[in-house]
Design a protein around this ligand. Structure first.
Ligand code: SF4
Length: 186
């Protein structure tokens, strides 16, 4: 699937020149018009912002929450009661399951940087590529070895899933790096 990052695109139109059948400019940013055009590869190479990317892999996201409506606030993501698991595939983000955070709960709030907590979070989140939270503690140094740690300040999960889709190029770039860093998404 070909994706264009709205955050990176500056609407210069070079991609449309390179691939008029595959791209259109709408409200100042490029959009894919027809994904099956071979010239999209040339458009991606020519884009000065590196905004056009082919995303091949599926990716699983875990969003920490206590109430299923909002991202956990008032504490670190590892202390979420649950994780909502969402799968990115073919340009869509689909809810897959709700996983209980069985390892750590209330009594561990306020304990920061414990290696055991990072290990426990990793154990609950096997198979996850991106961990999404409002706040990460010192354990982000450990967690980022396992996941892309994505900070989203927006409270609502629904809005957060839109933010994830808008930033998917940057997330995949981080995911594919051996040394992953955290990322703040807006
Ligand atoms: S070339 Fe890149 S920056 Fe320019 S309009 Fe196309 S996607 Fe946007």
């Amino acid at each position: 699937m070909i994706s264009i990052s709205k955050n990176r695109c500056v609407g210069c139109g070079i991609c449309k020149t390179m691939c008029p059948e595959g791209v259109e400019i709408s409200e100042g940013v490029a959009e894919i018009k027809n994904e099956n055009q071979g010239c999209l590869k040339n458009a991606a190479i020519a884009c000065p912002q590196k905004a056009i990317k082919e995303i091949e892999q599926d990716l699983l996201f875990a969003i920490g929450t206590n109430d299923d409506e909002t991202i956990k606030s008032g504490g670190h993501v590892g202390m979420s009661k649950y994780f909502q698991l969402w799968e990115y595939s073919g340009g869509e983000l689909t809810f897959k399951e709700k996983r209980e955070n069985t390892k750590y709960r209330g009594k561990d709030e306020g304990v920061y940087g414990d290696p055991g907590k990072a290990k426990a979070t990793s154990a609950v989140l096997t198979g996850i590529g991106v961990l999404v939270g409002k706040m990460f503690g010192p354990n982000i140094a450990r967690l980022k070895n396992e996941f892309v740690c994505a900070v989203i300040r927006e409270p609502g999960i629904k809005k957060a899933t839109e933010i994830i889709k808008e930033n998917i190029n940057e997330i995949v770039e981080k995911y594919n790096k051996k040394e992953r860093a955290g990322i703040t998404l807006k």
